[in-house]
Design a protein around this ligand. Structure first.
Ligand code: ATP
Ligand code: ATP
Ligand code: MG
Ligand code: MG
Lengths: 256, 256
């Protein structure tokens, strides 16, 4: 029964998609069957895995509202054990179109109930907002993984996100846990990076992954080739970082 | 009669807030009275100018819905000619709370009608989404300034944003223009940077500012001191970039 992990942070550009694509790939390469759901209308996870968004007939919005089955939306990727539910721009309408729908926060939870059984992990890439799509992901998830860029503004947003997680726990999903906080784009030349690491570890202690993802140019080049980092440059510091994070996640989950 | 410029891009982390704070400061230092409206619930523009968000009684949400006057919300900054309408987290409720309100897209346009007369420029910092807050900014604005990070994913989102701008032009604001596209976080060591610059200039020609903002560590340090770049490190490449962008904007606007 797959563990569902939402990758969320309303601060923009902190590495949600980069973490979703490369962590899901790292876990799939370790042999576990993985499902990755792109819930961001920007569809960066979808193009980051080389899938042409304009050619999609069915995608995550139709899956969310029950107009397409899992079989119709799922797409294989270049990684054998990794399956994707892709996103298209139509998802953008969800926030407004679903306002009147009863139980609109639980649509994804219901849609994913069946498919999750065939995967060890289900990752969900979220948009940079705390709107209905992210709420759906937090309601469906067992846990939330929070990428935090090693920058000042990214740290500021953490309190707001933790507050929202508490609200979702109270109203929609009492079992929601924090899988962990992962520091991203760490640049040893930038004094802010070490300051942010120090403050985040001081505040959140054990909940911060030991693995820190470095700023690494290969990670920003890989998406233009539609490849996860392991296929683009497996010897890069970025690939090392996400391989280490995948291992750490698997061992944390196995240790329960 | 101040020119209202929305700073928008639904892609996260592309430099909207950094551009809002430092462009508004650059223009104010050139002698023009400037108003800066923070319309992002994250409130990064507000903290980037050193204003303590928890101490605010009235802020941009109450100004938007007419529960607070401009006199009550406006805040002076360390820059003489720069005034701020600050944001607080309450803004986050706007997207849902305003769904039933008639003319909810024109709330900002109405609220800003009077105050704009005492400024040469009004800049609006938008959240990373194409929801109601960004639609309000695009409806109130004379023009939209689009920061584009020199990264692959940031380029992908441009088509979506231009599509939304066309929709706003058709339904709410026929006079809306594109002020320009500004390339941000340009890093000459990263081959993606020059690729993105080449493609964006090829596609958008004249509409791309000549000034390119370099990746510069001082720009990411300044917000932790609550200062615009000109007060934090006026000799930095970041300060040079935004001073040049301010001059270019002023001369474009004066040339009409
Ligand atoms: N460790 C890293 N080193 C270098 N570049 C990175 C790294 N992580 C992410 N990037 C680049 O930084 C940009 C932002 O990352 P990404 O798009 O994954 O963030 P996001 O949180 O998903 O953004 P959004 O809020 O728009 O969804 C992208 O262009 C990405 O390629
Ligand atoms: N030219 C630059 N050089 C170095 N760092 C930069 C530059 N511009 C912005 N930054 C840093 O990059 C991060 C993202 O920038 P910023 O927060 O301004 O983007 P944004 O588009 O406003 O993000 P959001 O989508 O969350 O509103 C911030 O930590 C900022 O300090
Ligand atoms: Mg993303
Ligand atoms: Mg911002």
């Amino acid at each position: 029964m797959g563990r569902i992990i939402a990758i969320a942070n309303q601060k923009g550009g902190v590495g949600k998609t980069t973490t979703a694509v490369n962590l899901a790939t790292g876990v799939a390469l370790a042999g576990d069957p993985v499902l990755l759901v792109d819930l961001d209308p920007q569809g960066n996870t979808t193009s980051g895995l080389g899938i042409d968004r304009s050619s999609l007939e069915k995608h995550s919005y139709e899956f969310l509202i029950g107009r397409a089955s899992f079989a119709e939306v799922q797409k294989p990727t270049e990684i054998q054990e990794l399956t994707l539910v892709p996103a298209r721009i139509d998802l953008i309408g969800a926030e407004v179109e679903l306002v009147g729908v009863p139980d609109r926060e639980r649509l994804l939870k219901r849609a994913i109930e069946g498919p999750r059984r065939s995967y060890s992990f289900v990752f969900i890439d979220c948009p940079p907002s705390l709107g209905l799509l992210t709420i759906n992901a937090l309601t469906a998830a067992d846990a939330v993984l929070i990428p935090v860029q090693c920058e000042y503004y990214a740290m500021e947003g953490l309190t707001q996100l933790l507050h929202t997680i508490r609200l979702v726990k109270q109203s929609f999903n009492p079992d929601l846990e924090i899988e962990g906080i992962v520091l991203t784009m760490f640049d040893p030349r930038n004094r802010i990076s070490s300051q942010v690491e120090k403050e985040v570890r001081a505040h959140f202690g054990e909940r911060v992954f030991t693995t820190v993802i470095p700023r690494n140019v290969a990670l920003s080049e890989a998406p233009s080739f539609g490849k996860p980092i392991h296929l683009y440059d497996v010897r890069s510091k970025g690939a090392e970082g996400y391989t280490s994070l995948s291992r750490e996640l698997i061992s944390n989950v196995k240790a329960g």
